[in-house]
Design a binder for this molecule. Structure first.
Ligand SMILES: NC(=O)c1ccc[n+]([C@@H]2O[C@H](COP(=O)([O-])OP(=O)(O)OC[C@H]3O[C@@H](n4cnc5c(N)ncnc54)[C@H](OP(=O)(O)O)[C@@H]3O)[C@@H](O)[C@H]2O)c1
Length: 330
């Protein structure tokens, strides 16, 4: 079968397409024929290498995939054959720690994969493989950040920075699901227009309004209840300035830099809470699948790209010139 293989960290040329042996179906596993994968910013970090987080190379990258069960191990019911499924990227590593496929273990950018069926979420026959593949990492992380850890409440004012990306689109939709007032931040007027169509109440273009905290303050008076900031970098102190007393800042990443300058005076004076989130649960993904089936959440796809053009998918994400998810088709 064909697979994307990363043998060394580097630029787009480090994404190799190779022929590797088909997976052997273990007795307690099933083989899934992959139909769609979605690319996350995590895939860019894995390709380039992350300080303090070594990746065992070579690795098959990619964490999000949907597909069809085509083979079952000797201990698994044949009822699984033909099931449409989504794979939970969380995986128990030999050390006992939970890791993510495509980062801590081989991932899903390959034609077939053998997995423990306890990690599969069955999909309704009408569910679109491409939309399903958008869900686990980006929408799962947003679900955990806003609902489980952020405990967002109807009527709260929520600022979402980087709202045009995968996690960002998910945050906007989940916040709207809770009847929150959503202020979305993005970097272009074109993306701003799309965010309004997605349901944001107000959009700020921080390329033309770099002091976006002033706009947020003038709009809200005393600041927002909740801010979602997985951007880090220059946006961190400005986010502290956007907050209401007792506000919650939710974070799950640092796309623009993990060691930003901070100003702890805002944290104590306003008694802010900074709440980190990592990963998701299988139940979160199941809840998301139901929300998509019910038409409450609609994963936005920027482009579907053939497997062979994986490097173009990475190039688009790095260009920052996209809205929603980049999906790979097989
Ligand atoms: N801990 C977890 O479990 C978890 C799970 C998923 C994601 N994450 C993290 O969450 C972040 C977002 O992930 P994602 O997959 O949604 O990313 P993405 O689709 O690439 O979107 C990131 C968005 O951030 C904005 N941005 C601001 N500054 C940027 C910069 N310097 N470079 C690139 N983008 C910048 C861009 O939107 P605008 O143009 O609108 O500003 C971009 O679209 C990443 O840091 C990722 O590692 C963490």
């Amino acid at each position: 079968m064909k697979a994307v293989v990363l043998e060394k960290h580097g630029d787009l040329n480090s994404l190799l397409i190779k022929n590797i042996p088909d997976p052997i179906c273990k007795e307690n596993e099933v083989v899934v024929e992959i139909k769609a994968c979605s690319i996350n910013h995590l895939d860019i970090f894995v390709r380039k290498g992350m300080p303090g987080h070594p990746i065992n190379l070579p690795i098959i990258p990619g964490g999000d995939a949907s597909g069809k069960v085509i083979e079952v191990g000797s201990n698994i019911s044949t009822d699984w054959i033909g099931e449409k499924v989504l794979i939970d990227p969380n995986i128990k590593l030999p050390s006992g720690r939970i890791g993510i496929m495509g980062e801590d273990a081989d991932g899903v950018l390959c034609e077939k994969i053998s997995v423990d069926p306890s990690r599969l979420i069955k999909l309704h026959e009408n569910m679109d493989y491409y939309k399903a593949a958008c869900l686990p990492i980006a929408y799962g992380a947003a679900w955990r950040m806003l609902i489980t850890n952020g405990r967002i409440q109807p009527g709260e004012q929520i600022l979402v920075l980087g709202a045009s990306g995968g996690v960002g689109n998910a945050c906007v939709q989940i916040a709207r699901m809770f009847d929150c007032f959503v202020i979305a931040g993005t970097s272009s007027d074109e993306k701003a227009q799309k965010l309004m169509e997605l349901g944001a109440d107000v959009v700020i273009n921080y390329s033309t309004e770099p002091d976006f905290h002033r706009t947020v303050r003038s709009m809200t008076g005393d600041g927002v209840d909740v801010a979602v900031n997985y951007t880090g970098g220059d946006s961190w102190i400005k986010t502290l300035k956007c907050m209401k007393t007792n506000g919650r800042i939710l974070t799950c990443g640092a796309t623009a830099g993990f060691d930003p300058k901070t100003d702890i005076r805002f944290i104590w004076r306003k008694e802010l809470q900074i709440l980190g989130s990592n990963s998701w649960t299988k139940h979160d993904i199941e809840s998301l699948v139901i929300a998509v089936n019910d038409g409450i959440i609609n994963p936005i796809i920027h482009e579907i790209i053939p497997f062979q053009d994986i490097s173009r998918a990475h190039q688009i994400i790095e260009s920052r010139n996209f809205f929603g998810k980049i999906v790979i088709s097989f």
